[in-house]
Design a protein around this ligand. Sequence first.
Ligand code: CP
Ligand code: NVA
Length: 299
Amino acid sequence: MKRDLLTIRDLTKDEILALIDRALEIKKAGRNAKRPFAGYALGLMFDKASTRTRISFETAMFRLGGQTLFLSRGDTQLSRNEPIRDTARVLARYLDAIAIRTFSQDFVEKMAQWAEIPVINALTDQYHPCQILSDIVTVKEKRGSLNNMKVAWIGDGNNVAHSWINAAGILGFELALACPPDYHPSPDVLKGSGKNIELVEDPADAARGADVINTDVWTSMGQDAERDKRLRDFKGFQLNRSLLELCKPDVLVMHCLPAHRGEEISDDVLEGSNSVVFDQAENKMHLHQALLEKLLSER
Ligand code: CP
Ligand code: NVA
């Protein structure tokens, strides 16, 4: 049966842990890994910009022996109101999986409902599951374990924060989020979360004793009209040297990128010795390879 990855909640704890270990094995094997998916095709439908996610999915699929097709929605009949249910059923006749980056979570859900192939959420306004799975690969790689870990989130309660909340809910690590009052994570995403997930007002409280500290842009794709207001509202929520000093000395500084130096993160922290942002970017490729291997072979 086909499996989708629309949110991290589509995976069990054991599946997440296995994917992480597999991504690290794939990383070690490098170009020597087997290429079992010759003749397979991954569609990439991206309605928003991407450097890392798109290219790392493309490279991961090449490394598995398959190919990718980039689908620009404006060039498909979706742009002329062909129903999602028809588009999804047609695409499933040509492709073996599809990764979608778009605005509404509803779109990826409908595609998954109608397409008999795995549908992967490559970022929506609501979630960015692949990002957090690969970030956890980086944490495991650097720390050797995910046990006894406090993760801090500083800034917007956005799509990336939502996927961290999902991951903490399943894996059980401590997650402290400091977000300005009007930018808290969605109550729907927080619903039912345990004591290991905490919202705090002061970024210092989130950072204190953290093993991992994470931030993301204050203005996500699709929110550009709000940029000036957001710059004002997020004052005091920058990940900078004074917050870093409250964390454990070997804290991992994470940012999914692209970063805006001088806004959500200071240049010295982004470029400093605790920063693992380029390892995060690389590990997206290894995680995507592990994920495609799983979804294509389970189908
Ligand atoms: N982190 C991330 O998803 O980057 P891109 O927007 O470049 O894909
Ligand atoms: N929150 C950001 C993540 C970019 C990878 C956005 O949605 O634009």
